[in-house]
Design a protein around this ligand. Sequence first.
Ligand code: SF4
Length: 166
Amino acid sequence: MVYLHIPFCKSFCTYCAFYSELLSPGLVRRYERAVMAEMQAREPEIRRTLTTPTLYIGGGTPSVLSPIVLQRLTDALAGITGGRYGEFTVEVNPDDVTPAYAAFLKGLGVSRVSMGIQSFDRHTLSWMARRRGGWGSPLLISPEHPRPPPWGGRRKALPPELPRGR
Ligand code: SF4
């Protein structure tokens, strides 16, 4: 498995111990250059690792990166791996997932998303300083839970063409 860590968040949750920096364009540019250089330097190791072809992009919050940056990183990796993965996962924050973003992930070849919801209770989300926006833009949640969340946001079912998690 190849794991790519995206060390950026738009804000920090109180409970979190993962390494992350506040999202800023300058840091993202430096990070991208560093990851590209590391990919080149570790190309033989990456090839060996792919006996089980799994790509996992975690963080941080990968979904705060602009699609073009994520595209460049995965294209560079595909130059080494061939880009054919048995499983390709990206972690996302529900606030970032619009229909357009979901379509972008699908086009990228993502077969699985890991969506950090943590809680549907706004008070719980508040004490953990969890970014939640208005829950108006996300595609959430599932056809089995059609009721709106208690603070009045809207939930929607995932489009049927999107791959389902396990
Ligand atoms: S968004 Fe995720 S990675 Fe960022 S601080 Fe919160 S839990 Fe940690």
